[in-house]
Design a protein around this ligand. Sequence first.
Ligand code: MN
Length: 191
Amino acid sequence: MSADRLHRFREKRDFSKTPEPRGRGRRGRGSGEPRFVIQKHAASSLHYDFRLEADGVLKSWAVPKGPSLDPREKRLAMPTEDHPLAYGDFEGVIPEGQYGAGEVIVWDTGTYRVLGDEPAGEALENGHLSFWLEGEKLRGGYALTRMGGDGRERWLLVKKDDEGADRRRNPVSTQPESVRSGKTIEQLARR
Ligand code: MN
């Protein structure tokens, strides 16, 4: 069934032209706690790629406004193709003319745990996953929920009301830098 979860990822990219990692083999294998990563991506429109390790890949959503700490905010999350686990370390510039051309930084990363009884992959297939993030910037509970309706599939990313919630602070604007290199998108663009 997992014939090749990364087929869509690979067919969109020319790895002789982009520095993005292709990922080895069919599936990656994580060790210990599953990982999450949020990559800030200055493609044709700026967005945050929210990725959760599940079933040997990084399940991925593009979140135009990025994550919020405010439980009242519902952030639109558009599902995108599964990415290899190795992609979670990628930071760099995707050249012009290539898919997703623009700068990418690792805006936040860490581990997560599922809140609930279903494994993450199953919960996502059923359209709702609650989880706890232990990142460098983000900490606390979040939920991803698939929306009904026709047309393109949409999800919402919402902060849970817990000790990690903050109705005033917006880390997307106050902490724009990479947790890997300390660089901002603008610094990467100027290199
Ligand atoms: Mn992206």
